[in-house]
Design a binder for this molecule. Structure first.
Ligand code: GLA
Length: 732
């Protein structure tokens, strides 16, 4: 057996010699709870063997000796073998559609993000090099993999036909697949179904709002439906904001997951010397059910998958549902005063503030003309930042930088800057005139960067930007890209977007930026790394938000979910629910308001003030704590509930909502997770409607053992339609 030379080894690793011919060399990436085991055989073929609870070197050795490993190719390539699904398929310059890779180097290293295993391959004949990476993210349970594909030749393109980020095997058992679908106003709807044999596809081709349709996150359980806190779950997600495709191929004996950029209408030509980097596929294993997988993603998200995940996020008032496009100096000033008086910290002026020749009055004009409309705001943005200062709140502003309307000065000046196809009628979106800018064009990249840069240079007081995106790629064509690169538009658009966001973040690291795409159209890790949060949904109906936020919470932390209290009847659904219910739902995410405070009664203002103060108290728990989903709204019972706890389980906050009301309907006790059975907790009702009449649970002291095993009896407090509770637990 060939003896291998290993370079820079970290973690546990077993060198060749002791195993079967399949396992000449073994690489192990360990987190605190899990191990990912790979082997490389004598022919230089790498296999995934194991991903699950942490195992020792001798366990690994035993597993391989009895052939219990997964034996899933890490890089199944098309050509010599055409059976099964492939992660890599290319067309060589001479038309040969086959890949025959030889391993030429292996390295285990570590950097500030954690351990990194690198496998380097070269095609035996053709000028193709592939580097495959496997990362274990420090201080998290998240592992990842991706590749770099290089045309090392001097002439002739290599056409990438399939270029997935990951091919990952799972053991075939009684698996259930949980996935998330949605559209405008009803994002991230959860479905969990038995995984059938054959191919299951989770994919999206919208272009920009890639979380409308299917979200790239998914979970697969091992033995029956996974519980929230028990059962084995594999969870994966793709760090890509463009069209993606995850193929899950299940046979009676095996599961193979292939995930990456959706290559349909996106084959990519690698020119000589060019390297293509696939997006990262991130994954975790949990034997604490779906909740364990979600908590792993939340922790990773806060640390690596978003901006300012370690910084408290402000309580804000956004102007949209309050005044829509009727913004002006007086009304904005008044709203800033109102949110300040309620205890809020930030005011955001939404759409409607810009446009000169084409004033933004409706959604049919002005995108692209990012100059203040002097009629509405004669004192400019300065007038607004000064008003904010006067009221003691920060100021934020809405933009939709990737877009234009055909009714705009921008379009008149630069008709070639928008995506378009020759000889085809221009498709237009919102307002009948909305079009998408061609970000592949460096001049357009400068322009988009300049929108933020100009605002910030002229008004350094701006603390927050709401970055919206209300269209998909409608006209698949670029006047900038050459003819033979048109098929790369989806990919190049998103690469360019990343470039622009990098520039913005390099210059404005402190700025808070919200990611909005007609609500939650971009609730994914593809662009979240450059943003502080996402607008969870344009649907602000508290009842439906319980479902939407539940879905998002499978992968995205509460600190990233903008969750606003809006008017009743709700503008999207017409539902009438009490202000307390609306606050209690919004407080389980990043709390904000989205209404005209002027329309509130004094009693409502008084309640809002108390709720905002209460949120400040529990905010570190919600924004940084561990989340436990307790009772699912999808169970369609009387109550839904979730909670957050700090790491030591000294403090926790429980949210419970009455979701259905029939007289004498069963309201089971809510059994809490995230409490320490050896601790005793004092319960306080922190958002009672009437401050002098808190819930009968308020002030009670009860052990973690009881809370976990017997549960909380909420029958009295949630005995009526639209009742809700926010209870803080403090260890005594
Ligand atoms: C989108 C957003 C809303 C609001 C409007 C403004 O729909 O999702 O929150 O900003 O645009 O036009």
């Amino acid at each position: 057996m060939k003896k291998s030379i290993l370079i820079g080894i970290v973690g546990s690793l077993i060198a060749g010699g002791a195993f079967t011919a399949y396992a000449d060399k073994t690489h192990v990436l360990n987190s605190e709870k899990n191990s990912l085991v790979l082997t490389v055989d004598d022919n230089g073929t790498a296999f995934y063997q194991y991903f699950g609870p942490k195992i020792s070197d001798s366990d690994v050795e035993g597993m391989l000796n009895v052939n219990s490993g997964l034996f899933g190719y890490t890089l199944p390539a098309f050509g010599l073998d055409s059976y099964g699904d492939k992660a890599l398929a290319v067309k060589m310059p001479d038309g040969n559609i086959s890949v025959d890779l030889q391993l030429v180097g292996e390295e285990m290293s570590s950097d500030d993000k954690g351990d990194l295993l690198t496998l380097k391959y070269k095609d035996k004949v053709y000028p193709l090099a592939v580097t495959q990476y496997f990362r274990r993210y420090k201080d998290t349970e998240i592992f990842s993999t991706w590749t770099e594909i290089t045309n090392t030749g001097k002439k002739g393109d290599i056409e990438l036909l399939t270029f997935a980020s990951a091919a990952f095997p799972l053991a075939r058992r009684d698996n259930y697949l949980t996935q998330f679908q949605g559209t405008w106003g009803c994002e991230t709807f959860v479905t969990e179904e038995k995984l059938p044999n054959g191919q299951t596809l989770i994919a999206n081709k919208a272009g920009l709002r890639n979380a409308f349709g299917s979200n790239p996150g998914f979970m697969i359980s091992a033995d029956g439906k996974a519980g929230e806190n028990s059962g084995e779950v594999f969870a994966g997600n793709l760090v890509w904001s463009g069209p993606f495709k995850t193929r899950i191929e299940a046979s009676p004996n095996f599961i193979q997951i292939i995930s990456g950029i959706n290559e349909e209408i996106s084959n990519y030509d690698l020119t000589p010397g060019e390297t293509f980097t696939t997006p990262e596929f991130i994954m975790t294993f949990s034997n604490e059910g779906k909740g364990g997988a979600s908590r792993a993603f939340h922790k990773w998200g806060r640390k690596y998958g978003m901006t300012h995940g370690d910084r408290i996020h402000d309580i804000l008032l956004n102007s949209w549902e309050g005044v829509y496009m009727d913004v002006n100096q007086e009304v904005m000033d008044e709203m800033m005063g109102d949110i300040a008086a309620l205890g809020g910290e930030l005011f955001v002026m939404d759409d409607g503030w810009f446009g000169d020749k084409y004033p933004r009055k409706r959604d049919e004009s002005s995108l692209g003309d990012w100059m203040v409309n002097k009629e509405k705001l004669p004192q400019g943005i300065k007038g607004l930042t000064e008003a904010a200062k006067k009221h003691g709140v920060k100021f934020g502003i809405w933009i939709e930088p990737e877009m234009a309307n055909t009714a705009s000065e921008l379009y008149e000046k630069h008709p070639d800057w928008i995506l378009q196809q020759p000889n085809r009628p221009l498709q237009k979106g919102r307002g009948g005139t909305q079009v998408v800018l061609d970000l592949t064009n460096p001049k357009v990249q400068d322009f988009v960067f300049g929108i933020v840069d100009n605002l910030m240079t002229e008004n350094p007081e701006i603390a927050y930007i709401k970055w919206d995106c209300n269209a998909d790629i409608m006209n698949y064509g670029s006047t900038y890209l050459p003819k033979d690169k048109q098929n790369e538009l989806f990919i190049r658009y998103h690469q360019s977007l990343r470039k622009v966001l990098e520039r913005i973040r390099a210059k404005y690291p402190d700025l808070a930026i919200q990611l909005c795409a007609s609500g939650g159209g971009r609730a994914d890790y593809g662009v979240l790394p450059w943003f502080d949060e996402f607008w969870t949904s344009d649907n602000t109906d508290a009842y439906q938000r319980v479902f939407i936020q539940w879905g998002d919470s499978h992968f995205y932390p509460a600190i990233a979910q903008a969750s606003h209290v809006s008017a009743s009847p709700n503008h999207q659904t017409g539902r009438v629910v009490p202000l307390k219910f609306r606050f209690d739902v919004a407080m389980s995410g990043r709390l904000g308001m989205e209404m005209q405070p002027k329309t509130m009664t004094d009693a409502e203002k008084d309640f809002s003030k108390r709720a905002i103060a209460a949120y400040k108290d529990i905010r570190p728990l919600v924004q940084f704590g561990d989340q436990y989903r307790l009772v699912s709204p999808y169970d369609k019972g009387a109550v839904a509930a979730l909670m957050y706890a700090d790491e030591k389980k000294d403090q926790a906050v429980v949210f419970a909502y009455r979701m259905d009301y029939l007289h004498n309907q069963s309201v089971p006790t809510i059994r809490l997770e995230g409490v320490d059975e050896n601790k005793t907790y004092r319960i306080s009702d922190i958002t009672p409607s009437d401050a002098s009449k808190p819930s009968d649970l308020d002030g009670k002291v009860v052990s973690g053992k009881v809370l976990k095993n017997a549960g909380l009896n909420v029958r009295n407090s949630l005995g009526r339609p639209w009742t809700s509770l926010v209870l803080k637990l403090t260890a005594q």
